[in-house]
Design a protein around this ligand. Structure first.
Ligand SMILES: CC(C)=CCC/C(C)=C/CC/C(C)=C/CC/C(C)=C/[C@@H]1[C@@H](COP(=O)(O)OP(=O)(O)O)[C@]1(C)CC/C=C(\C)CC/C=C(\C)CCC=C(C)C
Length: 436
């Protein structure tokens, strides 16, 4: 996977290795009070009534033992028999659950955390900074540094965040920086030295920071963010799991496997971001449906990223495309390594692009439901990334030797279009509760 983030990212080489990473010099910053860490006990089994999807029986256990049977928001729109809900596994005498369903459990868990944190008022308590007074300026410095990194690596996105409230803006910066550091572990300049053990250490660090014990200054900003906003640790852990897959899994058998990978490395970003960006108090959408849209945007972005980078990934021996679908199209890894654009390849790409667009369509339904100030950067991100698919088509599906690229002029034109969409309000107000 290539690793510059959307259109915003300009410079490579952010140092984030476990021991020598960016600002690791500021270590053992112990100014966060672990006693203020919120409880994350989700109980075990719940019966959920989902507005659009009917009743579903779900395990909400934190250990990710999935037991959820239900329908996906995407399958109705899908022409692809690709997202199976429940996969029978007769050999084991068990019912295996599809990736989509596993991921939906994370969505439900995050949504239920948001609901519980909001309580009856529908508003988040604005918690004070959890630093001791003497260290408040350190915390501010930490957030400022996150802002600087964001501005350096994702300029347009950074500008978009300036529309958000100061609290939300700096929280998004802190999440952005953690995601980028995580991604750089396997895709950055020190990637060749990264081992599964290093990722395990990164995960322990994550657990510590969620307990209010950050390792460095940038972690401290995130520790403060997760203590203030109803953010679950699971998507963060899952992103690290995605990096583990990148170390050990060179091929994806089918779309179910690829879907899980896309969730790990990108869908997680959507789920982490919504509790910060907030849902409009005027939205009548269910919390779950907004999280589903956020997940869909992450998946759409990652699928697009994979389709754009086929040649580049192949040069590193990597093929992310579903093997069974390649075979059905009469293609194999050899065709990808040969890098020849044939009619078989064009047809295959058409169907892959179609699927990525379906995920973008699904995501679009949720953007309007976000808090007004958060919509513009999301629309901008969506419109710009979606155009990469158009560029692949314009390149006659040659994603072996030509990198689909959205020109500066087109990017620039997308910004007012994104703004225009962002001022469209959610359909109508029903109840002010249960949103953030
Ligand atoms: C507004 C907004 C976009 C917020 C997201 C802020 C945030 C926390 C970003 C972190 C991004 C990051 C550094 C992720 C690390 C993993 C990674 C690199 C994922 C890939 C991104 C782009 O890859 P790459 O850097 O290679 O791209 P380029 O080469 O530069 O093109 C990803 C493909 C995925 C990133 C996923 C998202 C941005 C998810 C966006 C979803 C939301 C913000 C939820 C919106 C809410 C609704 C309701 C739709």
């Amino acid at each position: 996977m290539s690793v510059t983030f959307l259109w915003f990212v300009s410079s490579p080489g952010l140092e984030v290795s476990h021991s020598t990473g960016l600002l690791d010099s500021v270590r053992h910053v112990k100014f966060l009070d672990s006693s203020k860490v919120m409880s994350r006990d989700f109980g075990s089994i719940r019966v959920e009534k989902d507005k659009e999807k009917g009743w579903r029986l779900c395990s909400l256990s934190t250990d990710m033992k999935y037991a959820c049977v239900g329908r996906s928001g995407l399958e109705s729109a899908s022409n692809f028999p690709l997202i199976a809900n429940v996969l029978a596994n007769p050999a084991a005498g068990e019912v295996a659950v599809s990736s989509e369903q596993k991921v939906y459990d994370v969505v439900l868990k995050q949504a239920s955390l948001v609901k519980r944190k909001l309580g009856a008022t529908g508003e988040l308590d604005a918690k004070p900074d959890i630093a001791l007074p003497g260290n408040l300026s350190l915390l501010n410095e930490a957030y400022d540094r996150c802002g600087e990194i964001c501005a350096e690596y994702a300029k347009t996105f950074y500008l978009g965040t300036l529309l958000m409230t100061p609290e939300r803006r700096r929280a998004i910066w802190a999440i952005y920086v953690w995601c980028r550091r995580t991604d750089e572990l396997v895709d950055g300049p020190n990637a060749s030295q990264i081992t599964p053990t290093a990722l395990d250490r990164w995960e322990s660090r994550l657990e510590e920071l969620f307990q209010g014990r950050p390792f460095d200054m940038l972690d401290a900003a995130l520790a403060d963010t997760v203590a203030k906003f109803p953010v679950d640790i699971q998507p963060f852990k899952d992103m690290i799991e995605g990096m583990r897959l990148d170390l050990k899994k060179p091929r994806y058998k089918n779309f179910d496997e690829l879907y899980l990978y896309c969730y790990y490395v990108a869908g997680t970003v959507g789920i982490m971001s919504v509790p910060i960006m907030g849902i409009s108090p005027n939205s009548e959408a269910t919390t779950e449906s907004v999280y589903n849209a956020a997940l869909a945007l992450g998946i759409a972005n990652q699928l697009t990223n994979i389709l754009r980078d086929v040649g580049e990934d192949a040069s590193r021996g990597r093929v992310y495309l579903p093997q069974d679908e390649l075979a059905q199209a009469g293609l194999s890894d050899e065709d990808i390594f040969a890098g020849k654009v044939t009619d078989k390849w064009r047809n295959f790409m058409k169907s892959q692009i179609k699927r990525a667009r379906m995920f973008f369509d699904e995501a679009e339904k949720g953007v309007t439901e976000l808090n007004e100030a958060s919509r513009w950067p999301v629309w901008a991100s969506l419109l710009l990334y979606r155009q990469i698919l158009d560029e692949i088509e314009a390149n006659d599906y040659n994603n072996f030797t030509r990198r689909a690229y959205v020109s500066k002029a087109k990017k620039f034109l997308s910004l007012p279009a994104a703004y225009a969409r962002s001022i469209v309000p959610p359909s109508r107000k029903l109840s002010p509760v249960m949103k953030t």
